[in-house]
Design a protein around this ligand. Structure first.
Ligand SMILES: [Zn+2]
Length: 218
């Protein structure tokens, strides 16, 4: 019998961030999903097809390391395979947030990386790269996302789909998807004014290093 206290605070955090995702205009309907993992390979993930305002902590299922639901009555998000691969791929990943935010999704549909025309791209790396297309919910989509993010980035676009970010915590991953959307929107608006200026590579190196130090100092 699994205690209902298992990953309690993580399930509360997912419920809260689902609502924040709607409030911040990062998604519409039931698109997008959020997960948190623990040191034993368990993962709590938002449920499939529920309206975000209705998701309570008890509605967030917990899966064990084999992907079996061990707590909760709801069906896990259809993207649980992609989330699992991102948690397993890197030791520093504890939270994953996937959205269909409007400007980032537009770049994803154009198959275009978000260029480094605002310094806040440092949340992700020297750009926001694009993973090639695969059908939603498939392991292939998870593989493409994990390969594209690699060790170098903390987020990527998913071609013809949306964006996904990883962080040490769900709060960190959430902040990063907000920055991805901001950088996409900013580049789009700047391109309407003229030719957006990309930051030079040495400055990007410097920014990414500074950001890594900032992260470690809390
Ligand atoms: Zn999606």
């Amino acid at each position: 019998m699994v205690s209902n206290e298992l990953l309690r605070s993580e399930r509360e955090s997912i419920s809260e961030h689902c609502k924040r995702m709607l409030d911040q205009g990062l998604t519409t309907g039931t698109g997008g999903n959020i997960s948190v993992s623990d040191d034993e390979g368990r993962m709590a993930i938002s449920p499939s097809g529920m309206a975000y305002p209705d998701i309570m902590p008890d509605d967030v299922p917990v899966l064990d390391a084999d992907g079996e639901v061990v707590l909760g009555d709801r069906t896990p998000s259809s993207e649980h395979r992609m989330h699992r691969m991102l948690h397993e791929g890197r030791a520093d990943v504890g939270g994953v947030v996937h959205t269909h935010s409007p400007y980032a999704s537009a770049f994803a549909s154009a198959g275009e990386a978000i260029p480094p025309t605002h310094y806040l791209v440092e949340f992700v790396g020297k750009q926001v790269p694009v993973a090639g297309y695969a059908t939603y919910g498939t392991e292939e989509l998870g593989e493409l996302a994990a390969e594209t993010i690699g060790e170098e980035y903390s987020a990527c676009l998913l071609q013809n789909h949306g964006s996904i970010a990883v962080g040490e915590t769900v709060e960190g991953a959430f902040e990063t998807v907000l920055m991805v959307e901001f950088c996409a929107r900013n580049h789009y608006l700047a391109a309407n004014l003229g030719d957006p200026i990309a930051l030079p590579d040495d400055e990007l190196e410097h920014l990414v290093e500074r950001f890594a130090d900032y992260g470690q100092s809390g």
